[in-house]
Design a protein around this ligand. Sequence first.
Ligand code: FAD
Length: 294
Amino acid sequence: MPPLPTPPPLSWPDRPGDLPRHLADRDALQALLKETFPEAEGGLSGIGGGRQAAESQLNRLDAKRYWRSRNHLQGAVTRLSPWIRHGVLTLAEVRDAVFAQLSGRGQGQQEGGKLINELGWRDFWQRMWMDLGDAIHHSQEELKTGHDASSYGRTLPEDIREGRTGLACMDGFQADLVGSGWLHNHARMWLAAYVVHWRRIHWKAGADWFLEHLLDGDPASNHLSWQWVASSFSHKPYFFNRDNLERYSEGRYCNDCPSAQNCPFEGSYEQLEQRLFAIPMAGAIRNVPARRRR
Ligand SMILES: Cc1cc2nc3c(=O)[nH]c(=O)nc-3n(C[C@H](O)[C@H](O)[C@H](O)COP(=O)(O)OP(=O)(O)OC[C@H]3O[C@@H](n4cnc5c(N)ncnc54)[C@H](O)[C@@H]3O)c2cc1C
C-alpha cells in the first residue's frame, strides 16, 4: 500500500487515548483500525479523504455527461458526496464548477440544471432535518403499501448484511457498500426497495445499516431517502423491475446471476405491484427515467 501523506499538524496537543497521528502506511492504519474497532466490517475504502482528493475529484466533474447518464451505474456521476458530507467541499463550490464548465455553450441551463437540482436535494434534506429534528428517525407518515407497519421485520437479515442473498445485484451492492463505503444513487434505491418491499424489513433497519458503512452517510439524506422508498415520506412506494435494473446496470449482474431463472424482480410493474403490495396502486413510483426520483 502507498505511504500515507503527512497530515498538517493539528492545533491541539495529543491526549491519552487519542488515535496516533502518524502512521507509516495504509497497512498500519488498517491494522490499527481492525484492532480498535474489531466489530467493524470491511476494510479501508479506496476513497481518500482531504481537500486535495476532493479537488481532484471535482476536476473530473462532467456536467454535460451527468445530465444524460446519471441513472446508469457507469454514468458520469460526480462521486463527490463523501467530501460534501464532511464539509471538505461546499455545495456552492460544486455549483460554481458546474457554471464554469457550461458557461458559453449556450446550452448550459438544461444540462447543468440537473446537477444543480441534485445539489438542491442535499440542501433540502438538511433543511428538513433542521425542521424535523430527531423525528427523521421515525416514519413521517403511514405507509402506502397496504401492509401494517408491524408486519415489517425490525432486524436486517444476515444474508443481506453478509451479501449472501444469491442475487448477484444485491450481493454486488452489499460488497460495494461494505468495501468502498459508496454506492451509486440507483443502487441505493434498488437495494433499499429490495430490503423494504421484497423482504418486508422496516426501512429503519436498512437505513441504520447504510449509515454503518457509507462514507457520505448522513442521517437526513439517508433516512429520508429510505422513507421515500418505503412510502412513509412520499405518496407511493418506490420499486423497480428486472428490465430496469438490467438496463441501468448494463446487464453487469444479470448475465452471471445464479438466480437469473428465478429472479424476484422479473415481471411487469403491474405484476410486481400485485405481488408486493396489499392494495393495488395504479402507477406506484417506478423506475422510469423521465420521472423525478429521490
Ligand atoms: C436509500 C438512499 C440512501 C441515501 N443515503 C445518502 C447519504 O447517506 N448521504 C448522501 O449524501 N446521500 C445519500 N443518498 C442520496 C444519493 O444517493 C447520494 O447523494 C449520491 O448517490 C452520491 O453520489 P454522487 O456524489 O456521485 O452524487 P451526484 O449525483 O453526482 O450528485 C452531486 C451531489 O448532490 C447531492 N445529491 C445527489 N443526489 C442526491 C439525493 N438524492 N439526495 C440528497 N443529495 C443528493 C450529493 O451531495 C451529491 O454528492 C441516498 C439515496 C438513497 C436512495
